[in-house]
Ligand binder design. Structure first.
Ligand code: GDP
Ligand code: MG
Length: 163
């Protein structure tokens, strides 16, 4: 089986945009995997010749209610169990919120390699907003723009080095 990279984070931070960019396909290659929650899409990807499975977590996003709050937590737990490397995606425009803190609390307990990616940094000249993300206690934040592709190669270099 291929090594697994999971992208976790609250809704609308850009997980699907990032996964689609990395996997370079618009349609998810969804594998039916026993014992895995349905709201995750599995893609195959490669970077610098390293093949891996890329999981887009939180495919079903219902917004706002308590069940949904629970599901962010469940997705993060599942990722720490299932993935070899985790990309924790946050939103550089909105900054940190309570859901980000919740996910960070779970990820900090994991011994898996975790990369904190700050998305929507569309203008590489404006990275002053990165500082607040050190508060999440997950090391250096990596600026990326899933939409434009800035920074995604840099983080992928580090990610595949852990596989
Ligand atoms: P998900 O809910 O985490 O899967 O987020 P999506 O990938 O669906 O993206 C949520 C919204 O953020 C969409 O409107 C995207 O177009 C937008 N978005 C994603 N990545 C970027 C980015 O790098 N820059 C900007 N400006 N918007 C982005
Ligand atoms: Mg999505």
């Amino acid at each position: 089986a291929l090594p697994i990279v999971a992208v976790v984070g609250r809704p609308n931070v850009g997980k699907s945009t990032l996964v689609n960019r990395i996997a370079q396909v618009d349609e998810a290659i969804v594998h039916e995997m026993r014992g895995v929650t349905r709201d995750r899409s599995y893609h195959t990807a490669d970077w610098n010749g390293v093949d891996f499975t890329l999981i887009d977590t939180g495919g079903i996003e219902m917004g706002g209610d308590d069940a949904f709050q629970g599901s962010i937590t469940a997705q993060a737990f599942e990722a720490t169990r299932e993935a070899d490397v985790i990309i924790f995606l946050v939103d550089g425009r909105t900054g940190i919120n309570a859901d980000d803190e919740e996910v960070a609390r779970i990820l900090r307990k994991s011994s898996k390699p975790i990369f904190l990616a700050v998305n929507k940094m569309d203008n590489p000249a404006r990275e002053d907003g990165l500082w607040e993300f050190y508060q999440l206690g997950l090391g250096d934040p990596w600026p990326v723009s899933a939409m434009h592709g800035h920074g995604t190669g840099d983080i992928l270099d580090e990610v595949v080095a852990e596989l």
